[in-house]
Design a binder for this molecule. Structure first.
Ligand code: ADP
Ligand code: ASP
Ligand code: MG
Length: 391
């Protein structure tokens, strides 16, 4: 008998028929003798629809109210899922994040899990009841309802798996597993059978949204194997785990991140350190710093954070320029950044766009290029072929 946490994403739960379909899979696993805990996302694109509704009322929705609104999506799917399982003669009980004691920081819309208390979860399991947990949400120490950032249900699932010391956390989604190249750019990409936590972590931070980055961090910390697989097709999917690196040095995957802006600025009065401090205080997530000199820097930041950055930078710079539609293209693989032939291949591919390569960021297992979004598809496709990541 295994204890498995199964998380279903929005597309897998988009209609009541689909909920019935995945509930049947869960029921047959339980009848085969496994203990299962289910974590659900909101149905289909419901979270996006809630955000649009809020924005139709105000340009700057209150973040507390936003969390109240967004958490409603997962409440709908958890109760429907529970009803579907009950109708298959599986005793199930739905719980909000707060009811299972997912305690978070108080940053609305981007809270982090501090701890999982899990009393009601343990009680349900010991009574033979299958818990169905609303993903993406928790409660702060000041008793406010919070959400974990877009895509955060993966993080709920892995945190619950870590709390329960589960054997496995299965993430069911709308693709067959983790692809070597983002399937939205290259549909004929090859799938990864097994990937070490470190590489998956980089992939998700660098734009492969199939797993929420913090879910991989927690899995790594508590040694929880994750399997990413399809809700619709059979197949082994991709195992994310603690594998020894026995592979030779090669590019294992390519990730791309969009909706970014490049802000170039001249800093007055040697204010760089002060500026960095303020950015840190405001919790503005900077994707990349490119420091040309103490006065001359560039920042890559999410497009929707540019205004916040500008209001902060005002006091430090009177000369700045912004380029929007920037992408990061990242090559990931053990030891690649120290492999001359690999780096030469990447440089050859991007050299056609050299005037528009704004920066390069590298660590041992990744090599990231900052360029215009307009070139992303061409670069990723060509590199996918060169590194044999596509069929
Ligand atoms: P869910 O609603 O199930 O959580 P997500 O939309 O969050 O699903 O994640 C699945 C999507 O991630 C896929 O449909 C795919 O478009 C996208 N994706 C981006 N990069 C990758 C990758 N390398 N492998 C698989 N999917 C990826
Ligand atoms: N429903 C939330 C979102 O769309 C959380 C999730 O799906 O993981 O971001
Ligand atoms: Mg997701």
């Amino acid at each position: 008998m295994s204890l498995i946490v199964k998380k279903f994403g929005g597309t897998s739960l988009a209609t009541c028929d689909l909920i019935k379909h995945v509930a049947k899979k869960v029921a047959s696993d339980i009848k085969a003798g496994n203990k299962v805990v289910v974590v659900v996302s909101a149905m289909g694109k419901m979270t996006n629809e809630f955000i649009s509704m809020a924005k139709s009322l105000t340009t700057a929705p209150d973040q507390r109210e936003m969390d109240m609104l967004l958490t409603a999506g997962e409440r709908i799917s958890m109760s429907l899922f529970s009803m579907a399982l009950n109708s298959l003669d599986v005793k199930a009980y739905s719980f909000t994040g707060s009811q299972v004691g997912i305690i978070t920081t108080s940053t609305h819309t981007d809270a982090k899990i501090i701890t999982v208390k899990g009393e009601r979860l343990l009680e349900a399991l010991s009574n033979g009841i299958t818990p169905i947990i609303a993903g993406f949400q928790g409660v702060s120490s000041t008793k406010e309802i919070t959400t974990l950032g877009r895509g955060g249900s993966d993080t709920t699932a892995v945190a619950i798996a870590a709390f329960l010391k589960a054997d496995l956390c299965e993430i069911y989604t709308d693709v067959d597993g983790v692809y070597r190249v983002d399937p939205r750019i290259v549909p004929e990409s090859k799938i990864i059978d097994k990937i070490p936590y470190e590489q998956m972590l980089l992939m998700s931070y660098l734009g492969s949204e199939v797993l929420h980055p913090r879910s991989v961090e927690i899995a790594k910390k508590y040694n929880i194997p994750i399997v990413v697989k399809s809700s619709f097709n059979e197949g082994e999917g991709t195992m994310v785990t603690n594998i020894e690196n026995i592979e030779s040095t090669k590019v294992n995957s390519i990730s791309a991140k969009d909706d970014l802006a490049l802000v170039n600025m001249k800093i007055q009065d040697m204010g760089l350190v002060k500026l960095l401090n303020e950015i840190n205080e405001k919790d503005l997530k900077i994707e990349l710093f490119i420091t040309k000199s103490a006065e001359n820097i560039s920042l890559v930041i999410s497009q929707d954070k540019v205004n916040e950055l500008l209001s902060l930078v005002e006091n430090f710079s009177n000369s700045l320029s912004i380029s929007s539609d920037i992408s990061l293209i990242s090559f990931i693989g053990e030891g690649i950044a120290e492999d001359k032939i690999i780096i030469k291949t990447i440089i050859d591919i991007v050299s056609k766009y050299d005037k528009d390569v704004f920066g390069i960021f590298t660590n041992k297992i990744s090599y990231t290029i900052v360029t215009k979004k307009a070139y992303k598809e061409k670069i990723v496709k060509e590199a996918g072929k060169k590194f044999e990541l596509t069929k």
